[in-house]
Design a binder for this molecule. Structure first.
Ligand code: ZN
Length: 235
């Protein structure tokens, strides 16, 4: 593919074009403190084209011209922006696309995700909280109900981001109802059928992680039965 054709993959006046959306979402997530520095990343799939934010570009200064484009079937890059490196998150994003037919994948270094990963061992669970209803059941149609339990697996961090791929894939297999995986002392990967669903899931999960940290500080188990918190003596 010529450079001109490759560049046309990321040039669009449509604000909902993946190359434009990734820039907007990176700014939003930067302002939420989820992708400070150059950490974290976003990828959106459109058909068989995967758009991926590059490595090393500050998230609030991302431009559509900075985007890598990969063919999902061949795993070959259709567009490589000049003097930029592909994101180390790319193999992890591919794991969500391949194993879950995701439409988008978000990776943040949210402090709420990092703290929760220090408080739980293999899985994080939270129950009986209204915000859970924003999250999908995955294994059957519809969303979780108020009385359901949200479960997010936790995997161990590795020295290099790309080395997380095998354990992330294993967690996806072991937890078929999960739409996210926490990485200990690192952050979280969240995916969804569309970019908008992935965004909603990421926001809802971060809210729940922050709430769980606060509940634990008060001695209230986030997955406890309704009413059990009233027996908790707050000091
Ligand atoms: Zn990371």
């Amino acid at each position: 593919m010529s450079n001109a054709n490759a560049d046309s993959l990321v040039a669009s006046h449509d604000p909902n074009h993946p190359a434009n959306l990734i820039c907007d979402l990176c700014k939003l997530f930067y302002n939420n403190g989820w992708v400070t520095g150059t950490g974290g990343g976003i990828s959106i799939r459109k058909g068989d084209h995967i758009f991926i934010a590059p490595s090393g570009v500050q998230k609030e200064r991302m431009l559509p011209d900075n985007m890598f484009v990969m063919d999902l079937q061949t795993k070959e890059y259709l567009r490589v922006p000049q003097s930029l490196k592909p994101s180390a998150c790319t193999p992890l994003f591919l794991a969500a696309y391949t194993n879950r037919n995701a439409g988008a994948c978000i990776h943040t270094h949210s402090q709420n995700a990092v703290v929760i990963s220090l408080l739980y061992d293999k899985v994080f669970t939270i129950a009986n909280i209204e915000q859970i209803k924003a999250l999908p059941k995955i294994t059957e149609p519809g969303c979780l109900g108020f009385f359901d339990t949200l479960t997010i697996p936790i995997i161990e961090n590795t020295a290099h981001e790309e080395d997380l791929k095998d354990s992330l894939e294993q967690a996806i297999i072991d937890y078929p109802a999960a739409t996210a995986v926490l990485v200990r002392r690192h952050g979280i990967y969240v995916w969804g059928e569309t970019v908008w669903k992935a965004k909603v899931y990421n926001e809802a999960i971060d809210y729940l992680l922050e709430l769980a940290v606060k509940m634990r500080q008060l001695g209230i188990p986030p997955d406890g039965a309704i009413g059990s918190e009233r027996n908790t003596r707050v000091v």
